[in-house]
Design a protein around this ligand. Structure first.
Ligand code: EPU
Length: 430
């Protein structure tokens, strides 16, 4: 029942520090079960997707020690089961990483289907193709994916579709297989490099992560490690778009500017200025936003996870824009919410056609999923008047302290908890 209430039309000015990368963190947490010893993982984002995976590790029998808000120690010696039931997997897509991690550790895995954002069909055929190449048989029984191998033996694996999840899952299953695995047409996202670096810090031998050919020489044993997660590319990009959308001037700290190049380029086309420093970027805009054309692609292309936020910005820009989604089948469900705010967007298949409207108008809307939620936050920051956003639990899956971070740069955003189902009593939290 919690909501965000945002009064828009204010430029954002100041500094925002980006948290650790969600999509690296969730994979690294699952990967921690592959080692004999304790993993100390630092720079974890404090978000519900990460808590969900830590909870699964705890329920499976791992010993979890929180050192502080962003650091956790995991000793998974106590895990003796290779079954992860639906009660543990339903809240996040990342629980699918237990397929590769359990297979790598026990040569067996029984994993229930994963939850996560709904963008249409989310197949796992590439994951299963990879496991099969390594020698694992699979069976889908009562919705559970059952995997079993006598031996895991390295093999060449060509991915017909560039898949982040399949690339990581195959690495997890192959890291302790005997011999050499070569993944061709691998995904190249920054979080894949981070997972490989984490595993290498435990003694794995993975080369080529960040290119489309990844070579994994299997090792017999992985040891405990201390590892710090990279900054979140998409959280950084979201605040870059927010700064540009409101015509502000924001220094976004703790980023890897190289990871943000495709986002910086599009923001500059749309009328913003982006200045790169060693580990921060400054986004300014003092001229009108103008429409442009965006097409999402696997890394290093424009990220699909920035598509809704960029569409929100372009909804308030001068002129016409198009946004083409080429990763997911159905990632425009949120457009209806932007149109409630007087945006003029039509969707035909995988393309959104946008006629810019200035200003957008505040309205009651909802977050349809994580990045869709970020898009309505950006639209609300640009809009005239007040916007109430429902379903904010989706947003909190991936954005740590979003209210505090936006408030610090001058946004008028509050999180309210509606205590009574009738809506009569409202308790302001922050
Ligand atoms: N695909 C297949 N077969 C497979 C796997 C994927 O056809 O076996 C297709 C999918 O249907 C999709 C495309 O390949 O069309 C890409 O899917 P991918 O496997 O790369 O996505 P994912 O691993 O399920 C991760 C992120 C998503 C992000 C995508 C694409 C995590 C936990 N999730 O999902 O992040 O959109 O990669 O970059 O890493 C988000 O953070 O908001 C989010 C949804």
């Amino acid at each position: 029942m919690d909501k965000f209430i945002i009064t828009g039309g204010k430029e954002l000015h100041g500094e925002i520090t980006v948290s650790g990368a969600k999509n690296a963190a969730v994979a690294i947490l699952a990967a921690s079960i592959l080692c004999d010893g304790t993993c100390r993982i630092e720079n974890l984002p404090n978000i519900s997707d990460v808590s969900a995976i830590i909870k699964v590790l705890y329920q499976l029998g791992a010993n979890i020690k929180y050192i502080n808000k962003t650091t956790v120690e995991i000793d998974s010696t106590g895990i003796t089961t290779f079954t992860v039931p639906y009660t543990m997997t339903k809240s996040t897509r990342a629980s699918s990483y237990f397929m590769g991690a359990m297979l790598g550790r026990f040569k067996r895995a029984n994993i229930a289907p994963s939850g996560g954002c709904d963008f249409g069909v989310r197949p796992i055929d590439m994951h299963l193709k990879g496991f099969e190449s390594l020698g694992a048989k699979h069976n889908i029984r009562n919705g559970m994916v059952e995997l079993e191998a006598d031996f895991l033996v390295g093999a060449p694996i060509y991915l017909d579709v560039v898949s982040v999840g399949a690339t990581i899952n195959i690495i997890l299953a192959a890291v302790k297989a005997s011999g050499l695995t070569i993944i061709e047409n691998a995904a190249r996202e920054p979080h894949i490099v981070d997972v490989a670096n984490f595993l290498n810090s435990m003694g794995a031998d993975i080369r080529g992560a960040g290119t489309d050919t990844i070579k994994i020489h299997g090792v017999q044993k992985l040891n405990g490690t201390t590892y710090s997660i990279i900054p979140d590319q998409i959280e950084a990009g979201t605040y870059m778009v927010a700064a540009a959308a409101t015509g502000g001037d924001v220094l976004i700290k703790n980023v890897i500017p190289k990871h943000l190049e495709s986002i910086s380029a599009k923001l500059e086309e749309a009328g913003a200025t982006v200045i790169e420093y060693d580990d921060s970027v400054r986004v300014q805009r003092n001229k009108p936003l103008r429409g442009c054309h965006v097409k999402t692609m696997p890394h290093p292309g424009f990220p699909t996870d920035m598509q809704p936020q960029m569409t929100a910005l372009l909804a308030g820009a001068e002129g016409s824009s198009t946004v083409r989604e080429s990763v997911w089948d159905n990632r425009f469900r949120y457009v209806e919410q932007l149109n409630h705010m007087k945006a003029r967007i039509t969707v035909d298949g995988r393309t959104a056609y946008i006629e810019g409207v200035h200003p957008l108008q505040g309205a009651p809307v909802k977050a349809c999923d994580l990045r869709a939620g970020a898009a309505v936050v950006i639209a609300a920051l640009m809009a005239q008047g007040t916007t109430e956003i429902d379903n904010i639990h989706f947003i909190e899956r991936g954005y740590e302290d979003i209210v505090e971070k936006l408030t610090a740069v001058g946004a008028d955003i509050r999180r309210v908890s509606v205590v009574s189902p009738s809506g009569a009593q409202v308790d302001v939290i922050s």
